[in-house]
Design a protein around this ligand. Structure first.
Ligand code: UDX
Length: 452
């Protein structure tokens, strides 16, 4: 293997594209691969199809330096690379809760026949424990290089919207390896991070695989915990945002991922929780993770709770009411609408007969594709115009700056449900708004006004 290995990155989604561009920015020669010819053509023309801060610049720099390019040819990738990063998707299976590994398997099967010299395949996709060991056998059986085409697992913890920073400077690096050679190669690839003092955990394959799903399950559990407590706050007349701050001030608990809201969504947390459960059950350890079923149920319950609250503030029925929805992305800083709680709520309300108009600063093109039946506006004020009820569903910072007076001049009624606790209830109520949020006490007179 060369001193400085040549890298391929298979799969150019959020993970792969970011990894490819970041590695090129560190001076590696990188060949990105995708089966989607249209995407590859766009990328080779310098057009980055996803919104990820700082990514477009890195892709452009990489391409103009000649260190980064893209292909649709497995043969070319196999010939080019000393290290092959597998970054394809592992979505939830259509017929169950487990992970659909078909993209990973297709990728390995496409690459392996071209692997004629020693190389390292490094899985980054999130997979159930045991997948890497099975894939290693698959590679050895199909690659002309046999066992010299080795396999390692190197889970990725990047958050969308922070992908470039999380890739260049992660909290930790985890590499699951079965040989000293594989470890040495990955130490070369991650030399800049190791020199910067980023901790490296060298593990077996299964521990590396589990590191990712266990981390995501823990984050999901924290979110569902505080969201469940929000419901208790409702019943007790307590304030969940103040409570979350109090809990977070305990260093043993920590405030991160303890923000109540509409729950988690996106391409990772929801499916990873379910796949973790499904794999544990296959391994005979399902009972140990039974609580994750509750975590998932609490999370989905937040969406139903929001729909119910919207109906309540609309006077009992949402049918025929105009609803302004602020937010479509699953979280701020992203244009991703996969399993987005915001879009889910918008869709349910539309299904109940509401006239829903959605605004999002970045995710409108994706939302339009997935939910063509909804109406869209190009500003928060646009979405709220004529609304009987306004719902704040994604915590984009610009929504915190909304002026209750200004917004109140365009809506039909001053009624807002704050699904992400971004607004100051006192300020909005002072401006004549009915302000509601789960786990925030509603003044008695407001409740009476709404139910009478
Ligand atoms: C997540 C993990 O953070 C990352 O390590 C993993 O690699 C992929 O999955 P991401 O999907 O980009 O990353 O989103 P993240 O920022 O983690 O947020 C997940 C969801 O939780 C979002 O829907 C967000 O709105 C929600 N969330 C987050 C809360 O509801 N409350 C919080 O306190 C934090």
């Amino acid at each position: 293997m060369t001193e400085r290995p040549r890298l391929t990155v298979l799969g150019t989604g959020y993970l792969g594209m970011t990894h490819a561009a970041c590695m090129a920015s560190e001076g590696f020669e990188v060949l990105g691969f995708d089966i989607d010819a249209e995407k590859v053509a766009r990328l080779n023309a310098g057009d980055v199809p996803i919104f990820e801060p700082g990514l477009e610049e890195l892709v452009r720099d990489g391409m103009s330096s000649g260190r980064l390019r893209f292909t649709t040819s497995y043969a070319e990738a196999a010939e080019f690379g000393d290290v092959h990063f597998v970054c394809v998707g592992t979505p939830q299976r259509r017929d169950g809760h487990g992970a659909d590994l078909s993209q990973v398997e297709t990728c390995i099967d496409g690459l392996a026949p071209g692997l004629t010299r020693p190389c390292l395949i490094v899985g980054k996709s999130t997979v159930p424990a045991g997948t890497a060991a099975a894939l290693a056998e698959r590679v050895a059986a199909r690659a002309p290089a046999g066992g010299a085409a080795e396999l390692a697992w190197n889970p990725e913890f990047l958050r969308e919207g922070h992908g470039v920073r999380d890739t260049l400077s992660p909290d930790r690096l985890v590499i699951g390896v079965t040989s000293a050679r594989a470890e040495a190669v990955l130490r070369t690839v991650y030399a800049p991070q190791l020199e910067a003092g980023i901790p490296l955990f060298v593990t077996d394959l299964a521990t590396a695989e589990l590191a990712k799903v266990a981390a995501n399950a823990f984050l999901a559990t924290k979110i569902s915990f505080i969201n469940a407590v929000a419901e208790v706050c409702d019943a007790a007349g307590a304030n969940v945002t103040v409570l979350a701050d109090i809990l977070g001030a305990d260093a043993r608990i920590g405030g991160a991922f303890l923000r109540p809201g509409l729950g988690f969504g996106g391409g990772c947390l929801p499916k990873d929780v379910r796949a973790f459960l499904a794999r544990a059950a296959e391994l005979g350890a399902g009972d140990a993770l039974a609580f994750l079923r509750e975590v998932d149920a609490i999370n989905l319950g937040r969406r139903t709770g929001m729909v119910n609250l919207a109906c309540e503030v609309a006077g009992g029925s949402i049918s025929g009411k105009a609803v302004g929805v602020l937010g479509a992305a699953f979280k701020p800083g992203s244009d991703d609408v996969r399993d987005s709680p915001a879009l889910d709520v918008a869709q349910i309300l539309h299904g109940m007969g509401a006239e829903v108009t959605v605004y999002d600063p970045e995710a409108l093109p994706n939302a339009r594709k997935v939910c063509p039946e909804l109406k869209y506006a190009d500003s928060a004020v646009g979405a709220a115009t004529g609304a009987d009820v306004v719902l704040l569903l994604t915590d984009w910072p610009e929504f915190a700056r909304l002026d209750p007076e200004e917004l109140g001049t365009v809506t039909s009624a001053r009624v807002i449900v704050d699904g992400r606790y971004m607004l100051d209830p006192a300020a909005w109520r002072a401006a004549g708004w009915v302000y509601r949020a789960s786990g925030i006490p509603a003044p008695a007179d407001v409740v009476v006004k709404q139910t009478s």
